[in-house]
Design a protein around this ligand. Structure first.
Ligand code: B12
Ligand code: SF4
Length: 358
């Protein structure tokens, strides 16, 4: 069963606005201060009672007390305590509501009814070294949003657990073997509890070296809960650090090197066909030397990042993103790769060196 209110926490106001939009309506823009509305509610109720007027008053104190405050819808407890798993995203539920009379098939079902894989992608929590003076903030993960879009475009059913974005106001401590870290977002246990048990592939974004202890924790707990699900890491640090990753954890099956869109689609296709990933460009496997990362040949043909699968409004509300302006700012990528090969930089391995004409 799936409820439209499922998914990352959302303010009731935002939720109702979205719901109204499915009927091409907008909420009214008039408002009253809370206390004035409450007084009006009491006055109206008293008048209705004293004068024995028919029907119900236009405004009631009890209603003001409920909807006059900021209310947030959360299914967190159902997920963490009961193991509840929603079946689809809120964005998709809203789209179905819009269509109401003629329910639309999920894009995956529409394009590949038989062959759609169920892929779960994880954006790990954001970590900060306790002793570090730098503050990173939480940034919507554009790389993973591109990967999600590519998978969906190929006909797969994609779900995202955005461990940073779903709990932006939470900070716990994470102790690795060498360093203490602040962990912003969901805990490992919460993340792992949210992975659907019938997922066909788990993909985790692993961008920064200092996140590895936390990513390893997620990977190992996910492996313990879902022993047969292939676990794939992708991102900057998976590209640069894959040998150590395999050495330090048995739970990782494969690392996608460099740009992930085309490679992950090929990985899923091969797994579905029961074929080995050996020799696939852009993939590092345990015990097999990797074939160099592939480069997306035509960036203009990439599908746009699947932001609808991420709690973007929560990132924007937190206004915590790194940058000059910390208001409603979103990451954009205007180009990929770099024509140079500075020895200390990973760009050439990551994006494959590009020349100015590319
Ligand atoms: C933008 C950026 C930031 C931003 C936003 C970071 C964020 N959290 O999103 C800011 C300014 C906040 C930042 C901060 C830091 N950054 Co920074 N950052 C970058 C930068 C320039 C671009 C990243 C990007 O958005 N690329 C564009 C997208 C489209 O590509 P992508 O994210 O790599 O995703 C693709 C692939 O990686 C892959 N992929 C990604 N996820 C997944 C998942 C799966 C399952 C698969 C299959 C594939 C896949 O497919 C994607 C699409 O092609 C890179 C360098 C670079 N050119 O890549 C450094 C880089 C990632 N940053 C780096 C570092 C060190 C940091 C800091 C630790 C610096 C510091 N000391 O404060 C902090 C840490 C921040 C944090 N905790 O989040 C290093 C990481 C090196 C490492 N191995 O650890 C890099 C590589 C720079 C470098 N060459 O040194 N950074
Ligand atoms: S540091 Fe990296 S991205 Fe910057 S110019 Fe050198 S190779 Fe290019």
């Amino acid at each position: 069963m799936y409820f439209l209110t499922d998914g990352p926490p959302v303010e009731l106001r935002t939720f109702l606005t979205d719901l109204l939009q499915t009927r091409d309506l907008a909420p009214g823009d008039r408002s009253l201060p809370f206390r004035a509305a409450l007084a009006a509610g009491f006055a109206a109720e008293s008048a209705w009672r004293l004068l024995r007027l028919p029907g119900t008053p236009p405004v009631r104190a009890s209603a003001v007390l409920t909807i006059g405050r900021t209310v947030t819808l959360r299914d967190t407890r159902a997920r963490t305590e009961l193991g509840y798993l929603g079946a689809t995203s809120r964005g998709w539920g809203m789209a179905e509501t819009r269509e109401h009379a003629r329910p639309v098939a999920h894009p995956a079902a529409r394009r590949r009814p038989e062959g759609a894989a169920r892929v779960t992608l994880i954006h790990p929590p954001t970590l900060q070294v306790v002793k570090s003076l730098s503050f990173y903030g939480a940034v919507p993960p554009i790389g993973l949003a591109y990967v999600a879009a590519a998978l969906r475009d190929a006909g797969h059913h994609v779900e995202v657990i955005d461990a940073t974005g779903e709990a932006l106001d939470r900070c716990t401590s994470f102790r690795s073997r060498t360093v203490s870290l602040y962990q912003y977002g969901l805990t490992t246990e919460e993340i792992v509890a949210r992975i659907p048990t019938d997922t066909d592939l788990l993909g985790i974004s692993h961008m920064h070296l200092h996140e590895w202890p936390c990513v390893r924790d997620i990977v190992e707990k996910a492996r313990a809960r879902l022993p047969h699900v292939p676990i794939v890491l992708g991102g900057e640090n998976a590209t640069g650090y894959w040998e150590q990753i395999f050495r330090e954890s048995d739970a990782v099956d494969c690392c996608v090197l460099g740009e992930g869109e085309e490679t992950i689609v090929e990985v899923v296709a091969r797994l579905q066909a029961g074929r080995s990933l050996e020799g696939l460009p852009g993939v590092a496997l345990r015990g097999h030397p990797p074939v160099a990362g592939r480069r997306v040949a035509d960036v203009d043909r990439l599908p746009r990042p699947a932001w609808d699968l991420f709690p973007v409004e929560q990132y924007l509300a937190a206004a915590d993103a790194f940058g000059v302006h910390r208001g409603r700012s979103m990451p954009m990528v205007a180009t990929r790769g770099c024509p140079f090969r500075c020895t200390f930089c990973s760009s050439a391995d990551m994006m494959v060196a590009r020349n100015s004409g590319d």
